[in-house]
Design a protein around this ligand. Structure first.
Ligand code: KG4
Ligand code: ZN
Length: 338
């Protein structure tokens, strides 16, 4: 029987398809980003996202099959993201997956996007992966889980307000940097002084960590307005210390994520931390997490950048485990934003 899974992802602003063998061996992974379509709005517009997925999903699946040098005849199972995400976007991928599974009489599995992000770190890692602490940091999510297995994630806590990626995107907007904000802040921060400004951090405490980024975002806003809440936000070219603000903000985000995460790993006796999602691409977060975790004898594991951001290899990879565990979906499977 074929061990090949075709994965389909369309939860937000990336359409993706991939072919993965045995849950780990990535034969192809193609991603079509909608970033340019949403850039002028400073964030994802759901209407545009849904239509764009509809336009590209079938040609993209063809590309993934061609790149893996296989046809649908060679596929053993179809895996698709069914939650959480933008409902109109999820339905496009789910409908495509159902149609293919029905036409080819193939098993269908529905994958949770968050669990798939966490799985991405273990897919590329040969060592023992479970149990681990999983920090999921993306544009829509900032949450900490204990990963007991590829599809058993126990939620410990999530952000009280903004997600870390959302904070990057909002602060980038204030600084006049292009969307998505994470990569552009990171690039500017490289020439700035991370110690120039002491922006607020969420500190490590006992008990479930409470991530929060809206205070940090407001602190940056007030800094730019000269501490005058009623003053207008200056035009980007009138901000002389943009690189220092970017670097100090990035440092505050890294500290806010690393401190509580390492504290929970120590408290729970977990030897590994999986750091996943788009923000896990961040160079400074990787440095601080690796260093602070190592001080406590903990290994920090990151997917390679292409598998931190949204992709379908993680969907096909986790889908293989669901398939083998017999967790199949019916043709009445629904999508959910939660
Ligand atoms: O996981 P992802 O591709 O999509 C969601 O599921 O949300 O994450 C996208 C988020 C965006 O907010 C983007 O600004 C952020 O990841 N991001 C980064 C970096 N690359 C992407 N944030 C910080 N540093 C980066 N290098
Ligand atoms: Zn994601």
């Amino acid at each position: 029987m074929s061990e090949l899974v075709l994965g389909i992802e369309s939860s937000c602003d990336e359409t993706a398809a991939a072919v993965v063998a045995g849950g780990r061996e990535i034969r192809s992974s193609v991603v079509e980003s909608q970033v340019l379509e949403h850039a002028r709005y400073g964030g994802v517009v759901p209407e545009i996202a849904g239509r764009s997925h509809l336009r590209v999903v079938m040609p993209l699946i063809d590309r993934a099959l061609a790149k893996a040098d296989v046809t649908l005849e060679d596929i053993g199972c179809i895996a698709v993201t069914s939650r959480p995400g933008l409902i109109g976007s999820l339905l496009v991928g789910l409908s495509a997956a159902k149609a293919l599974a029905f036409a080819r009489d193939l098993p269908l599995v529905c994958v949770n996007h968050i669990e798939a992000h966490a799985y991405a770190a273990t897919m590329e890692n040969d060592g023992d992966s479970y149990p681990s602490l999983a920090l999921v940091v993306s544009g829509g999510h900032t949450a900490l889980y204990v990963a007991h297995s590829p599809f058993e994630l126990e939620l410990l806590s999530r952000t009280l307000d903004d997600a870390a990626g959302e904070a990057f995107d909002k602060v980038a907007y204030l600084l006049g940097l292009p969307y998505p904000g994470g990569p552009s802040i990171s690039k500017l921060a490289a020439s700035g002084n991370a110690r120039a400004y002491d922006f607020p951090r969420c500190r490590a405490k006992h008990g479930p960590p409470a991530f929060s980024f809206s205070g940090l975002k407001t602190a940056v806003l007030y800094h730019l307005r000269g501490q005058d809440a009623l003053a207008p936000t200056p035009a980007p070219d009138a901000i002389p210390d943009r690189a220092d603000v970017a670097a100090s903000f990035e440092e505050a985000v890294a500290d806010s994520l690393v401190g509580p995460t390492v504290a929970v790993a120590v408290e729970r006796g977990l030897a590994r931390v999986l750091v996943v999602g788009g923000v896990a691409c961040n160079r400074r977060l990787r440095e601080v997490m690796r260093a602070k975790a190592a001080e406590r004898g903990i290994e920090a594991i990151f997917p390679s950048p292409a598998y931190c951001t949204d992709n379908a290899a993680m969907i096909a990879g986790l889908g293989w485990h669901l398939w083998k565990a017999g967790r199949l979906a019916g043709f009445d499977a629904d999508a959910s934003p939660q």
